[in-house]
Design a protein around this ligand. Structure first.
Ligand SMILES: [Mg+2]
Length: 230
């Protein structure tokens, strides 16, 4: 059987939990600022503004996020959280990988009849470390860690890996990063919504462009992308 189809698969909050760790740290950070008299809404607002300013320069991942925490604390006049912030960074960087439901069973089956490419934003060392710890590394033909996921990102992946758009699907939890730009580049898309998605990644799915499958779980990919070998 020759493999003609390629599945580009997002990692964070598609293969494994990610946003929950950030939410946990944000809750503790806001509580710590609260002890210095900073109202929670002010802490959240300042963090959001700081992250939106920084993300264009620093990109994604725990280090970029914690740089923003340092900046917010300084801006709000709180100076004794330096050590705590580096402990939070360490926590996000080294937590054990918790795979999403059905991933462990489904990835090997998808691998058997599709070319799988991992496509993730963030820092190489952090994302590759998670992939190694997940035990899923052997199932990916290629791993691409990118600064951002824009239409241009997808277009260059198509060119670099000689992908045929009509036989290539992008699978992920973020409309902003995984679905809309991939659709604009002519790929099929599979949206697997997750209950906690970073506000920055939330947007409406464009009606234009190729088909978007919406699935409830990762395991349902098996209904669409596994050809039984006769
Ligand atoms: Mg994701």
């Amino acid at each position: 059987m020759s493999i003609t189809r390629t599945l580009l698969i997002d990692a964070d909050d598609t293969l494994w939990e990610n946003n929950i760790y950030y939410e946990r740290v944000i809750a503790e950070f806001v509580a710590a600022l609260g002890q210095h008299g900073v109202p929670a809404h002010r802490a959240h607002e300042t963090l959001w503004e700081t992250e939106m300013r920084n993300v264009k320069i620093t990109g994604y991942g725990s280090n970029a996020f914690c740089q923003s925490l340092h900046e917010v604390a300084r801006e709000l006049g709180v100076t004794d959280l330096e050590l705590q912030i580096s402990q939070w960074e360490n926590f996000i960087l080294h937590h054990p990988i918790e795979l999403m439901t059905g991933v462990r069973e489904t990835i090997p089956r998808l691998h058997a009849c599709n070319r799988l490419i991992l496509l993730s934003k963030g820092r190489d060392d952090e994302q590759l470390g998670k992939l190694r710890r997940s035990g899923l590394e052997p199932y990916f033909h290629v791993t691409e860690i990118v600064f951002d996921k824009t239409v241009a990102t997808y277009q260059s992946l198509i060119a670099n890996h000689r992908l045929t758009p009509s036989e290539t699907w992008m699978i992920g939890n973020s409309p902003r990063s995984d679905i809309n730009p991939a659709k604009a580049a002519g790929l099929g898309t599979v949206f697997i919504p997750y209950h906690t998605t970073w506000q920055h990644e939330v947007e409406e799915i464009n009606a234009d462009g190729g088909e978007t499958l919406v699935l409830e779980t990762f395991a349902q990919l098996a209904d669409h992308f596994i050809k039984e070998i006769p």
